[in-house]
Design a binder for this molecule. Sequence first.
Ligand code: NDP
Length: 498
Amino acid sequence: MPLTSDPACLLIDGGWTTAEDGRQRAIVNPFDASALALVAEASAVDADRAVRAARAAFDEGSWAHAPAARRAGVLTATADALQEHREELALLETLDTGKTLSESRADVDDATAVLRYYAAPSASDAGRTVETGRPDAISRVVYEPVGVCALITPWNYPLLQICWKLAPALVAGNTVVAKPSELTPMTTIRLFRLLQEQLEQAGAPSGTANLVLGGGAVGAALAEHPEVDLVSFTGGLATGRSVMRAAADTVKKVALELGGKNPNIVFADADLDAAVDFALTAAFLHSGQVCSAGSRLLLHRSLHADFTAELARRADLIRLGNGLEKGTETGPLVSAEHREKVERLLAGALAEGAVLRAGGGRPTEPELQAGFFLRPTVLDSCHAGMTVVREEVFGPVLTVELFDEEDEVVALANDTPYGLAGAVWTQDAGRGERVAARLRLGTVWINDYHPYVPQAEWGGFKQSGTGRELGPSGLREYQETKHIWRTVIPAAQHWFAG
Ligand code: NDP
């Protein structure tokens, strides 16, 4: 794929523009480290222009107060446009992130589904009336948009993550400034081109949706900007903390979707074929670059020998390659720097006593040498004291720990600062429910791994984040709740005698 140049790819106040200082960034295809595109590299100055445009569009009022059906119509039309451009978007996502085309197509479909979910009439909840106990008074609770929302997304699911934020933010009547990861902005740019056409057709004010590209400094400029009312951030824990600190000065609303160190618990009575199969998917989908990756396998001791042997055998068979080619099962890591980070954690784990059962290094095939590949890796004999068990690796590394008792595995699974997601494998329905209830996680799968639907909330307990995306709570993040009390026939009460 030849290098394309798209310097005017910042969307500010309804116009496509270059960075104010003219800077650009080369976007790299992680499959072979080739340059994929040149895009604008924004600065804090561009972020400020975008926020001011979003502020003006919000304060002008016609979008915030538009009938919900009109805003929903923009989402529906954008969802239709995503489907019309499905192959183009999937191709771009694969070139940009390295994931397989089938994963990218699923991402386009999931992004479409979330736009449609928030466009449905049930999403435009007009509020409720409240019993006052007084026949002369009417009390009601209504939902209003928060204002200007900064939407900051990571590199692993670029199209999907921005749609999780954009759909509820816009349907609630907010205006937005989005900032994707500097590493993978391509589908977000394309999405905003499609969205902007729909916003124009709907007569939305020019600064309703804005897009700035660039690195952490641009994200930080948004998080601390006094005219931003809400920051919705998905990314790593350390960055999430700094976003929260930056937002504190002006007491912005903050929604954080952070990392995970997700337990995948297999009891002795599990369906073992399915449990092995899903242990691989949980850990190695998208080379483990998934916030909910099941990177900690907690295995009943009686299963150890057979289960780990089968796991290692199948991990070694996973076909790495070009995401564009049929037969590729998983792609590279996103960048050379990220692979080095994962390799450091891997080396540390081996030094701490982990036993290598599969993978453990870069592939040897000549066609994979230019890209940022790492073999799916299974580490046995791990324990909760190891760095590789405590820190989010965000790569194709699965650690195996053993347990004997139910109480013990619940304690092990919860022994982490994270609380995003995890799974329990057992054919005892009572045990499945019991353990699910005790896990301090935002999502628990019983006899499955990874499924989600837009109508169910997504988010983390503990340091995996604050707030929720998707479902009704995902909309509430972008709404203020207002109580309006009306006394129909006012009468003096003479509380004060004078
Ligand atoms: P980062 O935290 O590095 O970056 C996330 C976003 O924040 C990027 O757009 C990044 O820009 C931007 N950013 C960087 N520094 C700042 C700053 N100081 N202030 C504001 N924004 C900033 O995460 P990654 O992109 O590396 O993504 C991986 C992480 O995302 C993992 O921890 C993963 O678990 C988490 N994640 C969580 C999900 C969830 O639903 N809970 C879903 C998906 C991922 P740039 O990239 O340009 O530096």
